[in-house]
Design a binder for this molecule. Structure first.
Ligand code: KIV
Ligand code: ZN
Length: 504
């Protein structure tokens, strides 16, 4: 049985999802979880893209052990220099160079002839090999590249020293059959193909990224590039949890395995959803809340008689807990610590103490506290602020008084604090209460911001459920995310806006 390498690009391509940007601490937390999950390669970022990206690749490289750590680079010397420098402390470094190869990209984006395209690949891989023995080359937009040219590119990259050649479906255009044929074709016509691992990196524009990746495995690919929760550019990338469980569950078809510890999939998915603010839909395969829920009477009856009637995987195989045991105001610190660990979070003493205080406050307002409430507390209290935050230098919520009446503009009196001083404004304006809060925050903080997205949903079922608010605000074209939960959604909305302002 073959072992398929899992290359995770949540921290690079995944972070390119609008609104999914992570700060350094969050990236380190995700990288640690990925290493514990057993991924073979962690693509930590694109070192040349910004000083922040450089720092995060370097830190991930310094901290992670057991998985290769990789940085992306264009076929440009300064990119490769930055990638090599950022990976200096990695236990197993990999440089990932890429160049677009399709006629559309060659003609319009790169303005490059086919010969120069080939030569650029050759020189860049040779240059990257000066720094690192593990080199991956990606032919961007490979699935729309003429097969003859693609075969030459792949042969050249391998001859120049690439040990992995990646065939990305950059625009999510290929069908599974086409992907199978393309990989099969390359295997048959590239003379040195056995010197490298063939990889695929498939986007999900037509909802086929997992299917095309599996087809590539059937044709002989040995590495799949994917992301937790399928995050990534536009419609995202191949979802790690789905492709891994497909290989595991249908071993009879794929005759392959991965090194992923599948019991850690749900905690990893939750962690990524928490730090990016991109929630997992309830009906998402493998890690969605409904993935193992059985509603209809006929299904429940079958499940009681024999779970295999309607379940092809065990919930525990992907990390779902048997029961969502409820915590309440009498639950102690040890119970909370145990639960946060089960949910995939390793909290230190200080973090646990903070969450415990908030947990007790919440227990006074809400009788039953579920896993999702605890995840929301973690998100709100541990992930709400950027790194190196100076707590005196942020805006915080103090109080509000809101009057709303049909046919009249709402009036809000809002008090915020900044550097230990309180500021109050009364604003009578807005289309509704949320707009009024937003205008009041804008006036008090004197920040010229606009709301790009506002979303409120209940964290759990029931009348006393907490309201969870996620917000995206815009300033000068940059987007900042804010998040808050409270049993009072007006308060949650205000804190979410301030959270985004503080990130800004
Ligand atoms: O989608 C793509 O082609 C990429 C490459 C950089 C691998 O992300
Ligand atoms: Zn991509």
């Amino acid at each position: 049985m073959r072992t398929i390498k899992i290359f995770d690009t949540t921290l690079r391509d995944g972070e390119q999802s609008p609104g999914a940007s992570m700060n350094l601490r969050e990236k380190l937390e995700v990288a640690t979880a990925l290493a514990e999950l057993g991924v073979d390669v962690i693509e930590a970022g694109f070192a040349i893209a910004s000083p922040g990206d450089f720092e995060s690749v370097s830190e991930v490289a310094r901290v992670v052990r057991g998985s290769s750590v990789c940085s992306l680079a264009r076929c440009v010397e300064k990119d490769i220099d930055a990638a090599a420098e950022s990976l200096k402390e990695a236990q197993q470094p990999r440089i990932h160079v890429f160049l677009a190869t399709s006629p559309i990209h060659r003609e319009y984006k790169l303005k490059m002839t086919t010969e120069r395209n080939i030569e650029t690949v050759r020189l860049s891989v040779i240059y990257a090999r000066r720094f690192c023995s593990d080199i991956e080359f990606s032919a961007e937009d490979a699935t729309r590249t003429e097969i003859d040219h693609l075969a030459r590119v792949v042969e050249t990259a391998i001859a120049a020293g690439a040990n992995t050649v990646n065939i990305p479906d950059t625009v999510g255009y290929a069908t599974p059959t086409e992907m199978y044929e393309r990989i099969n074709n390359l295997i048959n016509r590239v003379p040195n193909i056995d010197k490298a691992v063939i990889s695929v990196h498939n986007h999900n524009d037509l909802g086929m990224a997992v299917a095309t990746s599996l087809a590539a495995v059937q044709a002989g690919a040995g590495q799949i590039e994917c992301t937790i929760n399928g995050l990534g550019e536009r419609a995202g990338n191949c979802s790690l949890e789905e492709v891994v469980m497909a290989i595991k569950t249908r071993q009879d078809v794929y005759n392959a395995a991965t090194r992923i510890i599948t019991q850690k999939l749900v905690p990893a998915s939750r962690l990524v959803a928490t730090v990016t603010g991109l929630k997992v839909p309830r009906n998402k395969a493998i890690v969605g809340q409904n993935a193992f829920a059985h509603e209809s009477g006929i299904h429940q009856d079958g499940m009681l008689k024999n779970p295999t009637t309607y379940e092809i995987m065990l919930p525990s195989d992907v990390g779902f807990q048997k029961t969502d045991l409820v915590l309440g105001k009498h639950s102690g610190r040890a119970a909370l610590a145990d639960r946060t660990k089960t949910l995939g979070f390793e909290l230190d003493e200080k973090q646990l103490a903070k969450i415990f205080i908030e947990f007790k406050k919440l227990a006074d307002r809400k009788k039953n506290i579920y896993n999702d409430d605890i995840l929301a507390l973690i998100e709100q209290n541990l992930h709400e602020q950027p790194d190196k935050i100076d707590n005196n230098n942020i805006w915080s919520f103090v109080a509000y008084n809101l009057k709303c009446q049909t046919g009249k503009e709402p009036t809000i009196t809002l008090t915020l604090s900044y550097k230990n001083k309180e500021y109050t404004k009364e604003v009578c304006s807005g289309d509704g209460p949320i707009d009024a809060i937003f205008l009041a925050v804008r006036e008090i903080t004197e920040k010229n911001i606009t709301i790009k997205e506002y979303n409120v949903q209940s964290v759990t079922d029931g009348q006393d459920a907490q309201g969870e608010v996620t917000i995206l605000i815009n300033k000068n074209g940059d987007t900042y995310r804010g998040y808050a939960v409270s049993t009072d959604i007006i308060e949650a909305s205000t804190i979410a806006i301030l959270n985004a302002v503080n990130r800004m």
